[in-house]
Design a protein around this ligand. Structure first.
Ligand SMILES: Cc1cc2nc3c(=O)[nH]c(=O)nc-3n(C[C@H](O)[C@H](O)[C@H](O)COP(=O)(O)OP(=O)(O)OC[C@H]3O[C@@H](n4cnc5c(N)ncnc54)[C@H](O)[C@@H]3O)c2cc1C
Length: 383
C-alpha cells in the first residue's frame, strides 16, 4: 500500500503545521486549558485558511477534499492537542450530515455558514442512561403543528456552549418502536429558549469542555429536522467511519507530540552525570513509544486509503481507532514517567496530554465497542 503524499497534500500539511505553530503557542494552549476557554482565535484562523470547507463540494464554497486530505489536517491539528481536532471535527462532521441528508434549502443555508465561521456545531447523543447503548436514549421530540417540542437531558455534549453553536440533537420521535428505530436528528441553536447548558467538571479536554444539557419544552420548527422522521440512526451511522478515522489521525498527531517532548526532555535532563536518555530503561521506553505511534499512524493511513478507494473499511477503521487511542494513552503515561516529577507540574504540557489521552479510549466508541466490532467482522457474534 502506497502512503506517499501528493505535492498538494504535502503543501496542505506544511501550511496547517505552520499556521498552528504560529497561533497555538504553548502559552496560548496552557491558558485556554487552565481556564477552560474555547480556542476561538485558532478556529477563526481555520476559517480564514478555508479548512472548514475542505470536504465540501465547491458549489457550497468547499474544496472537494477527500478522506486523505482530512486525515492530514486531523493529524496536524491533533499535534497541538487532541481538543483542537475535536473543535474542527464537531463542526465539519455534523455539517457533512447536512450534506448527506439535508434538504437543498438546508444545504444552501447551513453549509456556507459553517465554512465561513458564522455558526459552529456540536453533537448530543449520549444521555445518563444511554452511552455505548446510544439507541436507548429517552429525550423526545413531539410534533405540534409545524413545530417539534423537545424534552429531556443529554450528557457529555462537547463544546455545546461555544459561541454561535448549533446542537445536532438525536432524540426519539417514536417511543413505540424499539431501540434505534424512531430516532430523528434536529438542529437546535444553543440559545433557543428552554435549552439549559451546564459545563461538567472533567479531568481533561478542558479547552472545549463537555456539558450536560436540559431541554425544557424546547420548541423548534420542522425546518430544523435533518433527514427523514425516525431515520436519525442512519444519519448517525452514515458518517461514522470518516469521523473515526479522522479522529484517529488526531490521536496519532497528539501521540507524536508526546514522544517528541519526552525525547527532547530525555536528551536534556541529566542525572548521575549523563542525559537520562542514555539509560537503557528510558531509551527503550522511547523506542517503544515511537514504534507504537508509527504503527498507529500506519493503521490509520491503511484505513483512510481503503476508504479513499471506496472500499469497505469497518474492520480497518475500528482497528485504527482501538490501537490509536490505546497507544496515545499508553505513550502519554510513559511520557509522564520519563519526565519524572516535572511531568506532574501544570506548567509542563505532559500532564495535559496525559489527561486528554485518557478520554480517547472512551469517546467515539469505547475500546470494548471497537473490539466487539472487530470480532464481528471476524465472524463472531458479540453484542
Ligand atoms: C470528554 C468526553 C467528551 C464526550 N463528548 C461527547 C459528545 O460531544 N457528544 C456525545 O453525544 N457524547 C459525548 N461523550 C460521551 C461518550 O461518547 C460516552 O462516554 C461513551 O459512548 C461511553 O458511554 P458511557 O460513558 O455511558 O459508558 P458505558 O456505555 O456505560 O460503558 C461503561 C463501560 O462498559 C463497557 N461496555 C458497555 N457496553 C459494552 C458491551 N456491549 N460490550 C463490552 N463492553 C461494554 C464500556 O466499554 C465501558 O468500559 C463524551 C465523553 C467524554 C468523556
Amino acid at each position: 500500500m502506497n502512503f506517499e503524499l501528493t505535492e498538494e497534500q504535502n503543501l496542505l500539511r506544511d501550511s496547517v503545521r505552520r499556521m498552528m505553530d504560529d497561533i497555538a503557542t504553548a502559552d496560548y494552549i496552557r491558558e485556554h486549558d487552565e481556564q477552560g476557554l474555547y480556542p476561538y482565535e485558532v478556529y477563526d484562523q481555520w476559517v480564514e485558511m478555508g479548512l472548514l470547507g475542505l470536504p465540501f463540494p465547491e458549489e457550497f464554497g468547499g474544496y472537494d477534499g477527500n478522506v486523505l486530505d482530512m486525515v492530514i489536517v486531523g493529524e496536524e491539528l491533533g499535534r497541538k492537542g487532541y481538543d483542537f481536532l475535536g473543535a474542527y471535527a464537531l463542526s465539519v462532521f455534523n455539517a457533512l450530515n447536512i450534506l448527506r441528508h439535508g434538504s437543498e434549502a438546508q444545504k444552501k443555508q447551513y453549509i456556507p455558514q459553517v465554512i465561513n465561521g458564522d455558526i459552529r456545531m456540536s453533537i448530543s447523543m449520549t444521555e445518563p442512561d444511554a452511552g455505548s447503548d446510544a439507541g436507548n436514549m429517552r429525550t423526545t421530540a413531539v410534533r405540534e403543528g409545524d413545530d417539534w417540542v423537545i424534552s429531556g437531558q443529554k450528557l457529555f455534549s462537547t463544546a455545546a456552549d461555544a459561541k454561535n453553536n448549533v446542537i445536532n440533537l438525536y432524540c426519539k420521535t417514536d417511543t413505540t418502536v424499539p431501540y434505534q428505530k424512531g430516532i430523528s436528528l434536529f438542529m437546535v441553536p444553543y440559545d433557543t429558549p428552554g435549552v439549559e447548558i451546564r459545563r461538567l467538571k472533567t479531568l481533561g479536554r478542558r479547552m472545549l469542555g463537555t456539558n450536560e444539557i436540559f431541554f425544557n419544552n424546547v420548541r423548534i420548527s420542522d425546518e430544523m429536522r435533518i433527514g427523514e422522521v425516525n431515520e436519525g440512526w442512519d444519519c448517525m451511522l452514515s458518517g461514522l467511519l470518516l469521523e473515526r478515522v479522522v479522529t484517529t489521525a488526531g490521536y496519532a498527531g497528539n501521540a507524536q507530540t508526546v514522544v517528541d517532548q519526552a525525547l527532547a526532555y530525555a536528551k536534556e535532563r541529566k542525572q548521575f552525570g549523563k542525559p537520562i536518555g542514555n539509560f537503557q530503561a528510558i531509551a527503550h521506553m522511547l523506542a517503544d513509544m515511537q514504534t507504537k505511534v508509527d504503527a498507529s499512524r500506519m493503521l490509520m493511513l491503511r484505513a483512510a486509503s481503503k476508504m479513499a478507494k471506496g472500499e469497505k473499511a469497518l474492520r480497518e477503521v475500528s482497528q485504527a481507532k482501538l490501537f490509536g487511542s490505546e497507544t496515545f494513552a499508553e505513550v502519554a503515561n510513559m511520557g509522564m514517567q520519563i519526565m519524572g516529577g516535572y511531568s506532574y507540574m501544570m506548567e509542563f504540557d505532559m500532564q495535559r496530554h496525559y489527561r486528554d489521552a485518557r478520554s480517547t479510549t472512551i469517546t467515539a466508541g469505547t475500546s470494548q465497542m471497537q473490539r466487539n466490532l472487530i470480532a464481528n467482522t471476524m465472524g463472531l457474534k458479540v453484542k
